[in-house]
Design a protein around this ligand. Sequence first.
Ligand code: THU
Length: 134
Amino acid sequence: MAAFEELAARARDAARQSYSPYSGVRVGCALETDEGAVFEGANIENASFGVTMCAERVALFKAVSEGARAVKRVFVWSDTGLLLPPCGACLQVLSEWMADGAEVTLLREDGEARTYAFRELLPVDLSGLRNHLK
Ligand code: THU
């Protein structure tokens, strides 16, 4: 399990690769899998605003496409001055992959941090439907 400070630094450093000429908002994400692997992502914007991709989904899709199947911790850093939570779309996508008891830590430039249980951010999800469809 990576140290809190390491995951925080990796989320912050990932934001350097943000492509955000439209909003000017840099977001970085570092997530850790149940096997202890760490993947990073940054937000990637587009002139067609609606297809912009959040840092969280970039990191998650990198992880899943490399074989990860369960995520235990997600760290999100932004330069907004806010403790920026994953958007609703990211929560939905993450919910398919979050391990039981998974946590989300939000980080600010000044070092302020707050950790939530993923379940606090998305208390009800489609796990019932997932099982129904299987
Ligand atoms: N964004 C993220 O990458 N993650 C979030 O949690 C919220 C928003 C990005 C999308 C867009 O590039 C910019 O922040 C402003 O919405």
